[in-house]
Design a protein around this ligand. Structure first.
Ligand code: HEM
Ligand code: HEM
Length: 177
Protein backbone atom coordinates (compact mmCIF):
# COMPACT_ATOMS: atom_id res chain seq x y z
CA UNK A 1 0.00 0.00 0.00
CA UNK A 2 1.25 3.45 -0.89
CA UNK A 3 2.43 5.67 1.95
CA UNK A 4 -0.14 8.22 3.08
CA UNK A 5 1.61 11.57 3.16
CA UNK A 6 -0.05 14.54 4.84
CA UNK A 7 1.04 18.06 3.99
CA UNK A 8 0.35 21.35 5.78
CA UNK A 9 -2.35 23.40 4.01
CA UNK A 10 -3.93 25.74 6.60
CA UNK A 11 -1.59 27.78 8.83
CA UNK A 12 -2.29 28.00 12.59
CA UNK A 13 -3.50 31.60 12.13
CA UNK A 14 -5.99 30.59 9.41
CA UNK A 15 -7.40 27.86 11.66
CA UNK A 16 -7.61 30.09 14.74
CA UNK A 17 -9.32 32.80 12.67
CA UNK A 18 -11.84 30.33 11.23
CA UNK A 19 -12.98 28.83 14.52
CA UNK A 20 -12.90 32.19 16.32
CA UNK A 21 -14.99 33.79 13.55
CA UNK A 22 -17.47 30.90 13.48
CA UNK A 23 -17.84 30.90 17.30
CA UNK A 24 -18.13 34.69 17.63
CA UNK A 25 -20.70 34.93 14.82
CA UNK A 26 -22.78 32.14 16.40
CA UNK A 27 -22.58 33.82 19.82
CA UNK A 28 -23.63 37.15 18.25
CA UNK A 29 -26.57 35.45 16.51
CA UNK A 30 -27.75 33.78 19.73
CA UNK A 31 -27.43 36.99 21.80
CA UNK A 32 -28.91 39.35 19.18
CA UNK A 33 -32.29 39.65 20.89
CA UNK A 34 -30.98 41.95 23.63
CA UNK A 35 -27.89 43.47 21.97
CA UNK A 36 -26.06 43.31 25.33
CA UNK A 37 -22.33 43.52 26.06
CA UNK A 38 -21.65 39.85 25.24
CA UNK A 39 -23.36 40.44 21.88
CA UNK A 40 -21.27 43.52 21.19
CA UNK A 41 -18.02 41.85 22.30
CA UNK A 42 -18.67 38.83 20.06
CA UNK A 43 -19.42 41.21 17.17
CA UNK A 44 -16.14 43.11 17.66
CA UNK A 45 -14.21 39.82 17.71
CA UNK A 46 -15.92 38.80 14.44
CA UNK A 47 -15.03 42.15 12.88
CA UNK A 48 -11.38 41.71 13.91
CA UNK A 49 -11.28 38.20 12.41
CA UNK A 50 -12.72 39.44 9.11
CA UNK A 51 -10.16 42.26 8.83
CA UNK A 52 -7.18 39.98 9.54
CA UNK A 53 -8.54 37.28 7.19
CA UNK A 54 -8.97 39.75 4.33
CA UNK A 55 -5.38 40.95 4.84
CA UNK A 56 -4.16 37.31 4.72
CA UNK A 57 -6.09 36.96 1.46
CA UNK A 58 -3.47 39.25 -0.07
CA UNK A 59 -0.29 38.50 1.89
CA UNK A 60 -0.88 35.03 3.41
CA UNK A 61 0.52 31.62 2.41
CA UNK A 62 -0.39 30.01 -0.95
CA UNK A 63 -3.81 28.52 -0.16
CA UNK A 64 -4.85 31.47 2.05
CA UNK A 65 -4.69 33.91 -0.88
CA UNK A 66 -7.78 35.05 -2.76
CA UNK A 67 -5.84 34.52 -6.00
CA UNK A 68 -5.54 30.83 -5.07
CA UNK A 69 -9.27 30.17 -4.66
CA UNK A 70 -11.25 32.80 -6.58
CA UNK A 71 -12.12 31.62 -10.09
CA UNK A 72 -14.09 33.21 -12.94
CA UNK A 73 -17.70 32.32 -13.88
CA UNK A 74 -16.67 29.68 -16.44
CA UNK A 75 -14.64 27.66 -13.95
CA UNK A 76 -17.22 28.11 -11.19
CA UNK A 77 -20.07 26.88 -13.42
CA UNK A 78 -18.03 23.94 -14.69
CA UNK A 79 -17.18 23.01 -11.11
CA UNK A 80 -20.82 23.39 -10.01
CA UNK A 81 -21.95 21.02 -12.80
CA UNK A 82 -19.36 18.41 -11.78
CA UNK A 83 -20.25 18.92 -8.12
CA UNK A 84 -23.95 18.18 -8.77
CA UNK A 85 -22.98 15.02 -10.67
CA UNK A 86 -20.82 13.94 -7.74
CA UNK A 87 -17.55 14.01 -9.67
CA UNK A 88 -16.04 17.35 -8.76
CA UNK A 89 -12.23 17.42 -8.84
CA UNK A 90 -10.36 17.66 -5.55
CA UNK A 91 -8.55 20.88 -4.61
CA UNK A 92 -5.70 21.16 -2.11
CA UNK A 93 -6.99 24.62 -1.14
CA UNK A 94 -10.62 25.82 -1.37
CA UNK A 95 -12.68 24.66 -4.34
CA UNK A 96 -14.26 27.26 -6.73
CA UNK A 97 -17.69 27.15 -5.03
CA UNK A 98 -16.17 27.22 -1.55
CA UNK A 99 -14.01 30.18 -2.56
CA UNK A 100 -16.94 32.46 -3.35
CA UNK A 101 -18.76 31.20 -0.27
CA UNK A 102 -15.80 32.46 1.77
CA UNK A 103 -16.13 35.92 0.20
CA UNK A 104 -19.89 35.87 0.93
CA UNK A 105 -19.39 34.78 4.57
CA UNK A 106 -16.67 37.36 5.18
CA UNK A 107 -18.76 40.05 3.47
CA UNK A 108 -21.93 39.28 5.42
CA UNK A 109 -19.94 39.09 8.69
CA UNK A 110 -18.41 42.48 7.89
CA UNK A 111 -21.83 44.03 7.16
CA UNK A 112 -23.32 42.60 10.36
CA UNK A 113 -20.51 43.71 12.65
CA UNK A 114 -19.90 47.11 11.00
CA UNK A 115 -23.64 47.96 11.03
CA UNK A 116 -23.74 46.86 14.70
CA UNK A 117 -20.89 49.24 15.53
CA UNK A 118 -22.67 52.06 13.65
CA UNK A 119 -25.95 51.27 15.35
CA UNK A 120 -24.61 52.10 18.81
CA UNK A 121 -23.05 55.42 17.75
CA UNK A 122 -24.75 58.71 18.64
CA UNK A 123 -25.33 59.51 14.97
CA UNK A 124 -26.96 56.23 13.92
CA UNK A 125 -28.62 55.07 17.14
CA UNK A 126 -32.08 53.82 16.14
CA UNK A 127 -31.44 54.55 12.44
CA UNK A 128 -33.96 52.56 10.43
CA UNK A 129 -31.68 51.58 7.54
CA UNK A 130 -28.74 50.60 9.76
CA UNK A 131 -31.13 48.55 11.91
CA UNK A 132 -32.52 46.84 8.83
CA UNK A 133 -29.02 46.17 7.48
CA UNK A 134 -27.97 44.70 10.83
CA UNK A 135 -30.96 42.40 10.89
CA UNK A 136 -30.73 41.39 7.22
CA UNK A 137 -26.99 40.65 7.30
CA UNK A 138 -27.50 38.47 10.39
CA UNK A 139 -30.19 36.48 8.56
CA UNK A 140 -27.93 36.25 5.49
CA UNK A 141 -25.12 34.75 7.61
CA UNK A 142 -27.47 32.05 8.88
CA UNK A 143 -28.55 31.13 5.33
CA UNK A 144 -24.96 31.15 4.01
CA UNK A 145 -23.62 29.13 6.95
CA UNK A 146 -26.16 26.36 6.31
CA UNK A 147 -24.97 26.00 2.69
CA UNK A 148 -21.34 26.42 3.80
CA UNK A 149 -21.56 23.45 6.17
CA UNK A 150 -23.58 21.39 3.65
CA UNK A 151 -20.95 22.12 0.98
CA UNK A 152 -18.14 21.10 3.34
CA UNK A 153 -19.99 17.85 4.12
CA UNK A 154 -20.67 17.09 0.44
CA UNK A 155 -17.08 17.80 -0.65
CA UNK A 156 -15.75 15.71 2.27
CA UNK A 157 -18.00 12.81 1.35
CA UNK A 158 -17.25 12.88 -2.38
CA UNK A 159 -13.49 12.63 -1.80
CA UNK A 160 -13.57 10.39 1.26
CA UNK A 161 -11.80 12.96 3.42
CA UNK A 162 -12.69 15.00 6.49
CA UNK A 163 -12.38 18.71 5.66
CA UNK A 164 -13.45 19.72 9.18
CA UNK A 165 -10.55 17.72 10.62
CA UNK A 166 -8.27 19.41 8.06
CA UNK A 167 -9.41 22.85 9.32
CA UNK A 168 -8.42 21.66 12.83
CA UNK A 169 -5.10 19.92 12.15
CA UNK A 170 -4.19 22.09 9.15
CA UNK A 171 -3.15 19.03 7.11
CA UNK A 172 -4.52 17.22 4.06
CA UNK A 173 -3.52 14.08 2.20
CA UNK A 174 -0.99 14.89 -0.50
CA UNK A 175 -1.93 14.73 -4.20
CA UNK A 176 -2.01 12.55 -6.21
CA UNK A 177 -4.00 10.21 -4.04
C1 HEM B 1 -21.21 39.15 13.40
C2 HEM B 1 -21.66 40.19 14.07
C3 HEM B 1 -23.09 40.40 14.48
C4 HEM B 1 -24.24 39.67 14.23
C5 HEM B 1 -24.38 38.39 13.41
C6 HEM B 1 -25.34 40.35 14.87
C7 HEM B 1 -26.66 39.93 14.84
C8 HEM B 1 -27.71 40.55 15.48
C9 HEM B 1 -29.08 40.10 15.48
C10 HEM B 1 -29.58 38.84 14.75
C11 HEM B 1 -29.81 40.99 16.21
C12 HEM B 1 -31.30 40.91 16.48
C13 HEM B 1 -32.02 41.86 15.60
C14 HEM B 1 -33.46 41.97 15.95
O1 HEM B 1 -33.83 41.69 17.10
O2 HEM B 1 -34.23 42.38 15.09
C15 HEM B 1 -28.91 42.00 16.69
C16 HEM B 1 -29.26 43.08 17.49
C17 HEM B 1 -28.39 44.05 17.96
N1 HEM B 1 -27.03 44.13 17.70
FE1 HEM B 1 -25.96 42.80 16.62
N2 HEM B 1 -24.84 41.46 15.52
C18 HEM B 1 -23.48 41.53 15.32
C19 HEM B 1 -22.61 42.49 15.81
C20 HEM B 1 -22.97 43.59 16.57
C21 HEM B 1 -22.07 44.60 17.08
C22 HEM B 1 -20.56 44.62 16.81
C23 HEM B 1 -22.82 45.50 17.79
C24 HEM B 1 -22.39 46.74 18.53
C25 HEM B 1 -21.16 47.08 18.77
C26 HEM B 1 -24.18 45.05 17.74
C27 HEM B 1 -25.24 45.69 18.35
C28 HEM B 1 -26.54 45.27 18.34
C29 HEM B 1 -27.62 45.95 19.01
C30 HEM B 1 -27.50 47.23 19.81
C31 HEM B 1 -28.79 45.19 18.76
C32 HEM B 1 -30.19 45.46 19.27
C33 HEM B 1 -30.92 46.13 18.16
C34 HEM B 1 -32.35 46.37 18.51
O3 HEM B 1 -32.61 46.82 19.61
O4 HEM B 1 -33.18 46.12 17.62
N3 HEM B 1 -24.25 43.88 17.01
N4 HEM B 1 -27.63 41.71 16.23
C1 HEM C 1 -19.80 25.72 12.91
C2 HEM C 1 -19.93 25.27 11.71
C3 HEM C 1 -18.83 25.40 10.68
C4 HEM C 1 -18.06 24.39 10.21
C5 HEM C 1 -18.14 22.91 10.57
C6 HEM C 1 -17.15 24.97 9.24
C7 HEM C 1 -16.20 24.27 8.52
C8 HEM C 1 -15.33 24.80 7.61
C9 HEM C 1 -14.36 24.06 6.83
C10 HEM C 1 -14.15 22.55 6.92
C11 HEM C 1 -13.70 24.92 6.04
C12 HEM C 1 -12.63 24.56 5.01
C13 HEM C 1 -13.33 24.26 3.72
C14 HEM C 1 -12.37 23.73 2.69
O1 HEM C 1 -11.67 22.75 2.97
O2 HEM C 1 -12.32 24.31 1.58
C15 HEM C 1 -14.24 26.25 6.29
C16 HEM C 1 -13.79 27.40 5.70
C17 HEM C 1 -14.25 28.65 6.02
N1 HEM C 1 -15.37 28.95 6.81
FE1 HEM C 1 -16.36 27.64 7.96
N2 HEM C 1 -17.39 26.32 9.15
C18 HEM C 1 -18.40 26.63 10.03
C19 HEM C 1 -18.95 27.87 10.26
C20 HEM C 1 -18.52 29.03 9.65
C21 HEM C 1 -19.09 30.35 9.91
C22 HEM C 1 -20.26 30.63 10.84
C23 HEM C 1 -18.37 31.24 9.17
C24 HEM C 1 -18.49 32.73 9.04
C25 HEM C 1 -19.50 33.46 9.36
C26 HEM C 1 -17.36 30.49 8.44
C27 HEM C 1 -16.44 31.03 7.58
C28 HEM C 1 -15.48 30.33 6.90
C29 HEM C 1 -14.41 30.95 6.15
C30 HEM C 1 -14.17 32.46 6.01
C31 HEM C 1 -13.65 29.90 5.62
C32 HEM C 1 -12.34 30.03 4.84
C33 HEM C 1 -11.21 29.67 5.78
C34 HEM C 1 -9.93 30.36 5.41
O3 HEM C 1 -9.34 30.08 4.37
O4 HEM C 1 -9.55 31.26 6.18
N3 HEM C 1 -17.48 29.15 8.76
N4 HEM C 1 -15.24 26.14 7.24
Amino acid sequence: MAHRVYVPVWSPLIRILHWTLAASVLIALFTGHDGGSLHEAAGYVALGCVIVRVALGFVGATHARFSDFLFGPKEVLAYARDFIRGRAPRFMGHNPLGGWMIVALLGASFLASASGVLFITEAYWGDEFVGWLHDASGTLIVALAVFHVLGVAAASWSHGENLIAAMITGRKLQEPR
